[in-house]
Design a protein around this ligand. Structure first.
Ligand SMILES: [Zn+2]
Length: 320
């Protein structure tokens, strides 16, 4: 918490591995009505509320954290959740700070009567892994990450998650891993597209999918490490499940309609990149001219570079 709050602007800009690094810059200019709109979009009863986020009770034994960092508090920064069975309690994500991860572990204890036993990080970005020290404080907790995620954290020199991920249980990157929490199974599915290694966590009855940063809702996605066609493909696979609730990596909880809108946005970005290539425009020019179609609703974006980054990512892929 202190760590992220005390980031200098220069340090902040250097933190390019955080997919939500732009949030702090945006919060300075986010108009109150946008922040209010987002904060008001609760889909389920709120069981805990803090300046940085709210914990919604999605179903018996399933809670989702919706982070609300636009006010400038980045204690958790990304979304995540708690899934409980008779034999174990799983936390999705390690969040943007030790304090954020610790807060989630405390909520898990309070809501389920037991300490977390599993922590799964969906991908390597700092806003999902920086709080691992806070996650690892529970005595009997096992951390799960793919070997690719572990290596990417190491390559980018993200400490202290580096040491903690060295002892993490590796998740298979070719086939799903099922974790039986006792009367509640979580299937961890290896995916790609937002980064070189993403995972989704999938629960049935009710169907709830924790999407990591493959899905963003009402907040324009960051393509910094994206493989755009793979992203589109994996998002369609998530949508095809027809889940009741999709927990995006950032933004309010989503349903199938919201996923359709997100798929349409990804397709629109692709179309803009194809037009730019044909017209011989640069990604910067195309990004400057890009606007999210009004039919897709309001997507928070205050840094126009995010449009060019997405278009550039597509143009590089299309140009081979
Ligand atoms: Zn990310």
């Amino acid at each position: 918490m202190e760590e992220s709050r005390s980031w200098t602007r220069r340090g902040f800009l250097r933190q390019t591995t955080s997919c939500a690094a732009h949030l702090g810059l945006m919060s300075a200019v986010a108009p109150a009505w946008v922040r209010g709109l987002w904060a008001a979009q609760e889909r389920y009863p709120v069981v805990a509320r803090e300046p940085w986020g709210r914990l919604e009770r999605v179903a018996e034994g399933i809670w989702a954290l919706v982070s609300t960092p636009l006010e400038g508090d980045r204690t958790t920064l990304c979304n995540g959740g708690i899934v409980a069975g008779r034999a174990g309690v799983l936390i999705v994500e390690a969040f943007g700070s030790d304090a954020g991860a610790r807060w989630m572990a405390e909520r898990a204890r309070e809501l389920t009567g037991r300490a977390p036993t599993h922590v799964v990080v969906t991908h390597y970005h700092g806003d999902h892994t920086a709080g691992l020290r806070g996650s690892a404080e529970a005595a009997d907790v096992t951390i799960f990450a793919t070997p690719v995620t572990r290596d990417l954290v190491r390559e980018r020199g993200q400490t202290p998650p580096t040491q903690l991920l060295d002892s993490a249980r590796p998740l298979d990157t070719r086939r799903p891993t099922e974790i039986d929490l006792g009367g509640r199974s979580v299937v961890i599915v290896p995916r790609r597209g937002h980064t070189a290694s993403d995972v989704s966590l999938e629960i049935s009855d009710p169907a709830v999918v924790f999407c990591g940063d493959l899905v963003w809702n009402e907040m324009f996605p960051n393509y910094v490490d994206a493989s755009p066609s793979r992203l589109s493909q994996d998002v369609r696979l998530l949508r095809a499940q027809g889940a009741d609730t999709y927990v995006p990596g950032h933004g309010p909880l989503a349903d199938a309609v919201a996923l359709d809108r997100y798929v349409a946005l990804l397709d629109d970005v692709e179309a803009a990149a194809r037009r730019a290539l044909e017209a011989g425009h640069s990604a910067e020019e195309a990004g400057a001219a890009y606007a999210v179609p009004a039919a897709l609703g309001a997507w928070t974006l205050f840094n126009p570079a995010y449009f060019s980054r997405a278009i550039d990512s597509w143009m590089r892929e299309l140009a081979g």
